[in-house]
Ligand binder design. Structure first.
Ligand code: GLU
Length: 396
């Protein structure tokens, strides 16, 4: 007999970023020459000074269950980082270490959202915000932004979307997939609106903080009037090339932090002990030590901008952060290439995989079905080859 799954799982989608990356990996394994621009994962190795810190933690035998909330010295390093980089004052009891920032986002949504509560998602949003909202019983309310405004949410749009049922907004700067980075003034303007609605909380996902080419970064919690309602999410995966180590963290009002610990105590316990110890070196080393990766991403950004601009039909803006381009591809809709009719971004993504052997992620997964996401967390040679193939596959 077929297993009967819950209604919750029947309506849940698989993460499209991960699904596409796995599809590309399968095709590669079968011998096809696929270039994957799907997953947002740095192609660098974790820096040696962090690996050495992990080795030391193993020598010191950190093999037992770590505290659910995270080791005290790990949380102290997070408090130092938030003060040094973001001028934010948090106490260690406001910080919770998790198995990646994705879990921190889930925890925060789980403790704040009651069934039927509305959750604002400026789109394009990162794929998992929508599905996490559904999982915790919330109602996703998307607020569409466009490339003309660099995919940024305006205060008027925010105000128009808030209702008495709004409980949370899940926000991302620098944004995956658009690469937009909000200035302090822009956050302050959104904060002015939020000040009027004390029932609304903000999850501010700042995982791409360091991968930012604007030279400036503002954290949402710096807007002091709403700081108590901001859940600051960050981690080490992207900036320190530590995606497989699985550590992220959050900082929030102590009551929210405590509630998140309660969830973790029932679901996963504390994050990996060795990885927790290793991130102390990452956080204390700060941005300077990984500047070489940011510089490499910036070179690739300049290269991909040129390559994309050179392909008729892509409407491109220059992203200021993260490592994605999110061009509008609607000019291709209704056209036929090599016998394949392109009706939407998903068709285009599948066609590029088939014809050009280049893996991308459809904008539909991010709530902007007229766009396509290209990750440029890969070497320049591969990027050049990928866009040559894309150009060939899309001759008008
Ligand atoms: N955040 C990355 C991405 O968007 C990694 C995959 C995931 O967790 O979705 O590609």
């Amino acid at each position: 007999m077929e297993p009967q799954l819950s209604s919750r799982i029947k309506t849940l989608s698989t993460s499209q970023t991960i699904a596409m990356a796995e599809r590309a990996a399968e095709l590669k394994e079968s011998g096809l020459d696929v270039i994957s621009l799907s997953l947002g994962e740095p192609d660098f190795d974790t820096p040696t000074y962090i690996v050495d810190a992990a080795k030391k933690a193993m020598d010191q035998k950190f093999f037992k269950y770590p505290p659910v909330v995270g080791f005290k010295d790990t949380r102290e390093a997070i408090v130092r980082k938030l003060k040094r980089d973001n001028n934010l004052d948090y106490d260690v009891n406001q910080v919770v270490v998790s198995n990646g920032s994705k879990q921190s986002i889930f925890n925060a949504a789980m403790v704040l959202v009651s069934p039927g509560d509305e959750v604002l998602l400026p789109s394009p949003y990162w794929v998992s915000y929508y599905e996490i909202t559904k999982l915790v019983g919330g109602r996703p309310v998307t607020i569409k932004t466009t490339i003309e405004n660099d995919f940024k949410l305006t205060p008027d749009q925010l105000e128009a979307a808030i209702t008495p049922r709004t409980k949370l907004m899940i926000f991302n700067t620098p944004s995956n997939p658009s690469g937009s980075v909000y200035s302090k003034a822009e956050l302050a303007a959104l904060g002015k609106v939020l000040e009027k609605y004390p029932q609304v909380y903000i999850i501010s996902d700042e995982i791409y903080e360091y991968i930012n080419f604007s030279g400036k970064f503002a954290s949402f919690a710096e807007i002091s009037a709403i700081k108590d309602r901001v859940i600051t999410i960050n981690g080490v995966s992207k900036a320190f090339a530590m995606t497989g180590w699985r550590v992220g963290y959050m900082a929030a009002h102590p009551k929210i932090a405590k509630a998140c610990v309660k969830i973790q105590s029932q679901v996963t316990s504390g994050a990996n002990a060795i990885a927790q110890k290793a991130i102390i070196a990452a956080l204390d080393g700060g941005k300077d030590k990984i500047q070489y990766m940011i510089d490499a991403f910036d070179e690739r950004r300049q290269l991909v901008y040129k390559l994309l601009k050179d392909i008729p039909g892509f409407k491109v803006n220059m992203p200021t952060g993260a490592f994605y381009f999110f061009p509008d591809v609607s000019a291709f809709f209704g056209k036929t290439f090599n016998g394949t009719k392109i009706n939407n971004a998903t068709d285009l993504s599948l066609y590029l995989l088939e014809e050009a052997r280049v893996a991308t992620v459809t904008g539909e997964a991010f709530g902007n079905p007229e766009c396509l996401r290209f990750s440029y967390a890969t070497g320049k040679e591969e990027l050049t080859e990928a866009f040559k193939r894309v150009k060939n596959a899309l001759k008008f």
